[in-house]
Design a protein around this ligand. Sequence first.
Ligand SMILES: *Cc1c(COP(=O)(O)O)cnc(C)c1O
Length: 331
Amino acid sequence: MSDFLTQYPRVDLAHLPTPLEPLRRLTEYLRGPELFIKRDDCTGLATGGNKTRKLEFLLGDALAEGCESVVTVGGLQSNHARQTAAAAARLGLGCELLLQEITGAPEGAYEYSANLLLNDLCGATVRRYPADADMAAELDAFIERLVAKGRKPYRIPLGGSSALGALGYVLAIEEILTQSIEQNMPITHIVVATGSGGTQAGLLAGLAAAGSPIQVIGINVSTSREKQTERVAAVLDDTCKLLGLPGVAADRIHCEDAYFEPGYGVPNEGMVQALRLLAQTEGLLLDPVYTGKAMAGLIDLVHQGRFEADDQVLFLHTGGSAGLFAYPRSL
Ligand SMILES: *Cc1c(COP(=O)(O)O)cnc(C)c1O
């Protein structure tokens, strides 16, 4: 697969391979299956995260097309926007971020600190839109205005979740499978936070390409099981087409929706407990929007007996800890 993927231009942005490590104290504490963590919070770009692997392909395409700037969308505290800002800076491209004013936490810091501070340090231009704006339509309209002025912007969809972006996680599967052989850890499950869906789609496409039976369990951060499954399926279909793979069976898409309430980016008790537990058992920092809720999901699934005692479960740490500083009071 990696040979096949060399036909897509890719820029080198991430520190790879990211470490794959045992979670010894957490495993002992939960008395469940053996738990491991894949440290994609350590991809290295302005505090790291999963969007960096996607941006390697997206910005490879942007450079190949001769674009001079990138434009993308996200919530006010988007990690995707922050990694895009840093990647654009590194490549000498302009960066415009269209951010939606969703209220994750009713505190001042949410309005100016954390990812917003880092966007500003990286020199990106931020435009704010109301919570009810149709961001895909705003993105298209914004790009059209730039093109009409003779500019060459590159459009990156929400979360970088196109088929091209998902290739980052097709490659990540090769990395994970290699590490699991080298370290003699036969992984049975991967648990990951799922939002715009490109990460889960890329993982599933990569596993299909490798003929691996590893199960991926997505923990939803924003919507119902039905809607999230559709979202992942759409990106997965496009990714399979790009790779010339037959489609992936619908029953390979698992999305759990019991852990994100009351809503996207809004704290809940399980998230706060999981965040504190990982910090206090493993010295690991999760985030309030994605990985904290995903870890709360993993812990609950262990308690529910979802795994066998001899399963080996890999938590994909997709980053986001910069977002902690948007929530100092809520945490
Ligand atoms: C964007 C993001 C996710 C979700 O990835 P998708 O590809 O959008 O589903 C998970 N964790 C963090 C920290 C993120 O920033």
